[in-house]
Design a protein. Structure first.
Length: 139
């Protein structure tokens, strides 16, 4: 069973925008003068962008990295596909069991393959359907 983690849930913060939504090309008119109303729009958008970026950094400093998700191992199978847009070929994926059966499965759980937005988890095959883990992706 493939499990996909959302980029944002109720416990995660908004990602600051990369593009702050205005063009500086309209700042100068045909006579080479600065367009005052356009400048006000650019400064206002930049201020909002910086505010959101600052809030994002404050969350990171508090340990909120937007790097977590949840996965349940596929019952009666030896592999589970984990889909997450933050996973890459060099990512490190860390697991924390959230159920007793998941804790018992830790000794046989490993990441056997990583790629763009996906990882293959290899594990023992059992009928247990509650082997659920929280995970963190770094890199």
């Amino acid at each position: 069973m493939a499990v996909t983690s959302p980029r944002k849930d109720a416990n995660q913060f908004d990602v600051p925008p990369i593009d702050w939504g205005v063009s500086i090309e309209g700042l100068v008119n045909d006579q080479g003068r600065i367009n005052g109303s356009e400048l006000i729009s650019v400064v206002s958008s930049l201020r909002e962008h910086l505010r959101k970026t600052g809030e994002g950094f404050a969350q990171v400093f508090d340990g909120k990295l937007n790097a977590t998700g949840s996965v349940t191992l596929t019952a009666s199978s030896t592999t589970t596909t984990l889909g997450d847009k933050r996973i890459g070929a060099n990512s490190c994926i860390f697991f924390m069991p959230t159920t007793a059966t998941a804790a018992a499965a830790m000794t046989a759980l490993y990441v056997s393959a990583r790629g763009k937005q996906t990882a293959t988890l290899t594990h023992d095959s059992t009928a247990d359907s509650d082997r659920t883990f929280c995970y963190a992706v770094i890199g």
